[in-house]
Ligand binder design. Structure first.
Ligand SMILES: [Zn+2]
Length: 166
């Protein structure tokens, strides 16, 4: 349905938002290890947790997704299936339990995809970064202290130009 390069492809497919190839999670979601996430994309190296506290934003996504999904279940039970109140609450409860882990992961995936865009040139950028690192290292600069060269996150790439002023 969705192709590589589409936001929905990486959100629903739980792929790295930058390269659309690397996985976000180490284990399938039904294993119940909620946040068993890779620190960096195994393919392009993007740092998933962009900054400390980054995942707090995903809670808002989780809230939106879960209330939306539960509302739909409730409305279908009420108006399509015409169930009684006990049946409706049971259905909503079961949906919430089953959807809990998937929703937790989907919300992180969506949040990360909102913050980081697809970049088909990631390979070239990584090579450029390594080249700059080697160049500065040769000049005696401690490259690990140049944040734009150590962080593989979005903010690191945006500040790439600053390194020439070191
Ligand atoms: Zn990636």
């Amino acid at each position: 349905m969705f192709q590589k390069g589409d936001k929905l492809y990486s959100i629903v497919g739980m792929k790295c938002p930058r390269c659309h190839e690397g996985k976000l999670w180490k284990t399938p979601f039904h294993k119940m290890k909620l946040y068993d996430m890779y620190e960096n994309c195994p393919v392009c190296g993007l740092k998933y947790e962009q900054e400390p506290g980054f995942w707090y934003g995903a809670m808002y996504m989780a809230y939106t997704f879960s209330s939306g999904a539960l509302l739909i279940v409730m409305l279908v039970c009420m108006f399509v299936l015409k169930w009684n109140l006990t049946q409706i609450f049971t259905a909503v409860g079961i949906t919430a339990l089953i959807g809990f882990t998937y929703n937790a992961r989907l919300s992180r995936s969506a949040w990360l995809n909102i913050m980081v865009s697809y970049n088909p040139n990631w390979k070239k950028q990584n090579e450029e970064r390594e080249r700059k690192r080697a160049e500065l290292k040769a000049q005696g600069v401690n490259v690990d202290e140049v944040s734009s060269l150590t962080s593989q996150g979005k903010h690191g790439f945006e500040s790439d130009n600053k390194i020439f002023k070191v």
